[in-house]
Structures are given as C-alpha cells and as structure tokens.
Design a protein around this ligand. Sequence first.
Ligand code: SF4
Ligand code: SF4
Ligand code: FES
Length: 319
Amino acid sequence: MANIKLDIFRFDEAVDSVPHRDIVAVDVPETMTVLDALETAKAEVDGSISFRRSCRSAICGSCSMNINGVTGLACKTPCNTVMDEQGVIQVDPMPNFQPMRDLVVHMDPFWDKYTRLKPYLQPADKDEDHQTERRVSPEDMKKLVDVANCVMCATCYALCPVVSVDPSFAGPAAIAYAYRFIEDVRDSKREERLAQINEDYLWLCAHCYACSYCPKHVDPNDRIVDVKRATIKDRVMMNERGPRHALIVNKTVKQTGMLAETEVIQGTVGRFNFRGLLKVAPLGLRMAAKGKLPPPFVKPIPKVDEVRTIFDSLEVPVS
Ligand code: SF4
Ligand code: SF4
Ligand code: FES
C-alpha cells in the first residue's frame, strides 16, 4: 500500500471565480491507476470531486486529464509511474479546454471540429441499391486500422500548441479522422473532405510531434502529413498558401540544397499577388534595416546532387 496525495485542481464554474487546489490523501496499492486513486478519493474522502470516466480500460476515452503536467488517460497511468517521493500526484483538467468542474472540461470545440468533417461513410450509392457488401481489401484496410483505434480522448488536442494559439485549427484528432474517410475506398466524398479539412486550417500544423503522445498510437502527426500529401496529389485548393508553401520549399531545396527564402515568400504569397506582396513588404524592410534580408538568388551548394537523390528516392512532389 502507498499513501498517495492527490493534488487536485478544484473549480466549479457555477460558483467559483478562481480555482483552488485540494490535497486529498488515500491509501491504495501503488500499482493502481491514477483513476483508481481518484475513485477512492471520491468514494472515501470527498464525493464532490468531479472527473469523467467510464470504461477504466483505455477504451471510452473519457478520463483524459493532465497528470503532473502531461496529458494522458488516468485509467492507463499507474500511480507508481507518476508519484514523487512523497507520493504526490498533481491532477489538472486538460489544457486547451475551458474547465467546467474540477477535472471536467467543456468538450464542445473538440466535438464541433469532429462533427464538421462528417465522420461517417458517404458511399456513391444507397445501401438498398447496393446488392453486395462493400468490400475493402486487406491492403486498403491496413491504412485505416490505426486511425480507427482513436477513442476521441482529446489528449492530442490538449497537447497541440497550434490549438492553444489559434482555436480555429481543426486539431490533430479531427484531421486524423478525416484521413480515415479520405483514404476509405468505400467513400465517395474524397475531394469535398480534402477541401473541408483544408478550410479548417490543415496547413497550420507545425509538425511538432506533440500529438504523437497518443495513448492509442494513432500518431495523428503522420496522418496529417498524409492528408497534406493527398491535397497536393489531388490538386485540391492549390491556390491556397499552404500547399503553395510546401511545394515552393520543396522546389528551392531540391534545386539549390538550401531554403531560398526570397523565392519561398514570393511563391507562397503569389508572384502576381501585388496586394499580398505589399503586405509582407514591411517585414522585408525591417529585415533589410537589420541586415537580415535573404539574397534574391541562391547558388546551389557543391553536393546538391546528393540532395536531389534524396528527393527522388522519397518521390516528393515538386511543382
Ligand atoms: S488521436 Fe489519440 S490522442 Fe487523439 S483523440 Fe484519438 S486516441 Fe486520443
Ligand atoms: S504535430 Fe501538428 S497537430 Fe500535432 S501537436 Fe504539433 S502542431 Fe498540433
Ligand atoms: S475510463 Fe475510459 S478511457 Fe479511461
């Protein structure tokens, strides 16, 4: 048995203007999970402690919370992996969400973004007009299995730094789930889905890999790369800055072995987009004043052929 001291964020939006913390001590085996410790605290010490949970088996996705500053599933986190020498474990609501009561948060922004991508199959014909089952080859299904494991716990969304600075960003789970339908051979709305997720700021993802810390190993970052590649492959919304930026970066690095920043800015904004170029002009002037203006032309590095070989072997699309 261990004496676990849960240092719990307490807040009730109905009555509190500021949060406070309570330390609640419970005696539980140290191999029990943080969720078990919280359940014990609620049952034996303070029935008002609020948190979401259901399955206790990392299946329902409802018990995601911040544990010692790292978001994850409380039912998948044994106390002895997170308690300090005094047996203290800090529990807080997920970041990037508005707290409602204690560890319970308002999930609406997360669900709204998920709902926008129409998370259901939209085949070309109706089921009643379709005489046979809709078959998927094992190869095609292999691509979808990992994403289908998503339990919508929102851990990735809570960890995403882009969501924290720009709440319009769809977030990792929604994009990964969009991939699940974009790549499903039974679905008929690939183009609409790609356009939708592009409108939901797909290209804001900074590929920081924070969302790779997914308790179900969905790895949304890699699926976001796949959706960006599909956007370029299918030439969807190619007038948007995101795909243009990706292509011009690829092009200049392949040509010169370096990032030709002047060309990248022109290619991203649009060479004949005079209004857009005027908007970035003040930045250029400030850089020039500090002696940081990138050169207009970049000479290829001596071993640029080796860089080009890497591009060719990866079959990276270049405009
Ligand atoms: S991708 Fe992973 S972390 Fe994100 S909601 Fe799904 S299961 Fe949770
Ligand atoms: S990789 Fe993209 S989606 Fe994932 S946490 Fe980073 S910015 Fe967010
Ligand atoms: S209680 Fe269901 S995932 Fe933790």
